[in-house]
Design a protein around this ligand. Structure first.
Ligand SMILES: [Fe+2]
Length: 242
């Protein structure tokens, strides 16, 4: 598991969530979307973001209950642990949306964090609440191995090159060798773990209008102390991992 993650920059772990947990997650998503629904007739991606704050949230409880943090923590080097997530992104894709991504991006640069720090994190954890077995159903696109090449790009230029989004247009993602993209696949209940620097983008959902919408819960995870060492982390992309 660790070797695969180090080499390709992502991993799909099936059967992390039980069918009951998937159902509970979908129920919460439905409640949130009822409050913030997509516009009438909307197709394509529709997101809802929630910061947990001090009051907690059912989707923080979901994260803690399902063991996603322990799973992600298994990828970290000895002595590091995952902090509880600060928020969640409910990501849906409503068909028909036959638009394939032209290229990838990296998260957290536009906007940055409030103090101007690029919004880097250690890894992304995505809980799949709907079936992702078939490509072209809203599956995330990733470009394997790009976390290492992006790290080399930043090692050459310095970590603050991450702030120069004009050099990484249109992404934002630098003009490094990308290789061929892959659509991540797997059944509902799987968890995707992806390195912060991995090239990725929202995929197409070319199913018919009455097909199931794609539903994913994304948690952006920091290893303890990540914000204090982000420059080291983005220039040595495996330094937080075992
Ligand atoms: Fe993203």
């Amino acid at each position: 598991m660790r070797a695969t993650f180090r080499r390709q920059g992502y991993l799909v772990v099936p059967d992390v969530l039980t069918p009951g947990e998937v159902a509970a997650g979908r129920k919460e998503v439905a409640a949130m979307l009822a409050k913030q629904p997509p516009a009438e007739g909307h197709v394509g991606p529709h997101f809802v973001f929630r910061n947990f704050g001090d009051r907690g949230h059912p989707l923080l409880d979901f994260f803690l209950r399902t063991g996603m943090g322990e799973l992600a923590g298994q990828l970290l080097r000895e002595g590091l642990a995952i902090q509880p997530p600060e928020g969640v992104q409910v990501a849906t894709t409503i068909p028909p949306w036959p638009y394939r991504p032209g290229g990838p991006h990296v998260d957290g640069l536009s906007p940055t964090e409030p103090d101007g720090r690029p919004g880097t994190f250690s890894l992304l954890a995505g809980a799949w609440l709907t079936d992702h077995t078939t490509p072209g159903r809203g599956n995330l696109w990733v470009w394997p191995g790009t976390h290492l090449r992006f790290g080399a790009y930043l090692a050459e230029r310095g970590a603050d090159a991450l702030r120069r989004v004009d050099d990484m247009a249109p992404g934002p993602y630098p003009r490094i060798e990308l290789g061929d993209p892959v659509q991540v696949v797997g059944p509902a209940g799987s968890v995707l773990l992806a390195h912060y620097l991995l090239a990725h983008n929202i995929g197409d959902h070319d199913g018919p209008a009455d097909d199931e919408r794609r539903e994913t819960l994304y948690y952006r995870l920091h290893a303890e102390g990540h914000r204090d060492r982000w420059r080291e982390v983005v220039t040595a992309p495996l330094s937080e991992f075992g």
